[in-house]
Design a protein around this ligand. Sequence first.
Ligand code: G3H
Ligand code: ZN
Length: 284
Amino acid sequence: MNLTPMAEILNKANKENYAVGGFNINNLEFLQGIIEAAEESRAPLILQTSEGAMRYIGKDYVVGMVEAATKNASIPVALHLDHGSGFEKAMECIRLGYSSVMIDASHDPFEENIAQSAKVVEAAHSVGVSVEAELGQLGGTEDDVTVDEADATYTRPDEAVEFVARTGVDALAIAIGTAHGVYSGEPELDFERLEEINEKTDIPLVLHGASGVSDDDVRRAVQNGINKVNVNTDFQQAFTDRVKKIFAEDPEIYDPRKYCGPGREAIKERVKEKIEILGSKNKA
Ligand code: G3H
Ligand code: ZN
């Protein structure tokens, strides 16, 4: 596959103070909408699959589709495992040809999280694959990962420094008040905490659960050191809202191309808006 290691994409973003979309794909239409938007925006891109999406699409189909989508790509594209549940899953994705993996041991105690993340880093780096890990825990649900709001914990800046030094990860996902999925109220981000983590570490930081966060807050997060912004729910809603509208207008519709095509177009429009907000337009 014509892929770029995520570290290369994010280190440039880190130097030039913008963020790259970590955009989840759930089916062919997502992949097409996202890659077309990134190409037309001349924006670097991180395509990512959750383990749930890999099961839904089928891992060989993921590889085949991404291979087709990136064959003639003129922008840097990484293929990344999102919220990898352990060493074996990360190794499976590396063998499949992913250029980046996330190991999410954020639910484990600090020392265990370090041990698991460092183990993945050692193996991944030996073959040029990048690694993202998470410290602190987001509330909400992202496919297989569900965390009760009461169990959500913010990232501690001093722990982040130690975690980065002892694991050697390329990017660190932090918890500063965002949550996965649909928010019940207005999310409140802890920008002071973000500033402190950014001052104390020089690693690209990752914001998960960005769907539903206001455009101004996303921009402010990027100004304060976020270099990767993960979005999934927002594009799912864009797709589904467009399909619902078409069904409302024409309940007799039966050809899936007549509603999946416009759904794909809705994703593309939304991705282009996000790229503008992240500042990655024309950064390819
Ligand atoms: O890992 C993926 C993201 O954190 C997506 O979160 O669905 O709330 O946008 P979201
Ligand atoms: Zn996430």
